[in-house]
Write a protein that binds this ligand. Structure first.
Ligand SMILES: [Zn+2]
Length: 241
């Protein structure tokens, strides 16, 4: 049974009820699967959530979360006894950690938006939105680009966008329709989960991660470095505020 991904629709839901599907031992690791989950499994450059799943006096400490063939695997350890299939449980994700991951992830897409507003047409590639040195990559060339000027302009425009307090919203749509609202649609969109676009105002982003409700929640962004890395351009950033 595929796990219903609550975080796709409710990106700031931090507590939820669920039912245990299975408790398994996989290569020495204890894995709990649920009918639905608010836990974000690592992917799309965003780290997994951590937290607790509890049922009365039994607790499962979630240390790692992975998405495997449509199923979210919560990996961790039990305290006070194990759950059984069918048990009702309550999920609590680590809010501070999730909020930081969400701001970092949205900060990366804010850079996509800032570059587009500056008229830069590099094709977005992979993003790394982890707290230890986040960056976004693009396919393009820095030849004949004044990098220092671009760095300054990009930082200014990103922070101007933050100041505008633009709201985000969610659209579920087939991949074929995404071109109508997104400047870039990646060739590969996973087919084992609902296809989703997140709108930053009128700027559409095909993405399954978690995003801020309002771009002002990012706080502020600093562009650390823009450098060529083979065929890619890497824009390193950090959050401020
Ligand atoms: Zn994303």
């Amino acid at each position: 049974m595929q796990t219903k991904l609550i975080y796709l629709e409710s990106m700031d839901q931090y507590v939820d009820e669920a039912r245990v599907v299975q408790v398994m031992n996989e290569e020495g690791k204890i894995v709990v699967t649920l009918d639905q989950t608010i836990f974000y499994p690592q992917g799309g450059g965003q780290p997994f959530d951590t937290g607790i799943i509890s049922n009365q006096d039994k607790k499962f400490l979630v240390e790692e979360v992975r998405f495997v063939e449509g199923i979210v695997k919560h990996i961790g350890k039990f305290e006070g006894g194990e759950f059984e299939s069918g048990d009702r449980v309550t999920c609590f994700i680590d809010v501070q950690c999730r909020e930081l991951h969400t701001r970092l992830h949205s900060g990366g897409h804010l850079i996509d938006m800032g570059l587009k507003q500056l008229g830069v047409t590099w094709k977005p590639g992979r993003g790394y939105h982890f707290p230890n040195g986040p960056y976004v990559e693009y396919n393009g060339s820095l030849e004949s680009v004044d990098v220092e000027k671009l760095k300054g302009d990009l930082e200014t425009i990103c922070n101007q966008i933050i100041q505008k307090g633009i709201k985000t919203s969610i659209l579920f749509m087939p991949k074929e329709e995404m071109n109508s609202v997104c400047a870039f649609v990646p060739e590969y969109i996973p087919e084992n989960k609902p296809a989703r676009v997140v709108m930053y105002g009128d700027f559409g982003i095909p993405c399954g991660g978690t995003h801020v409700n309002n771009l002002s929640d990012i706080g502020g962004v600093s562009i650390r470095k823009i450098k060529q890395d083979g065929e890619n351009i890497r824009v390193s950033y950090t959050l401020i505020g």
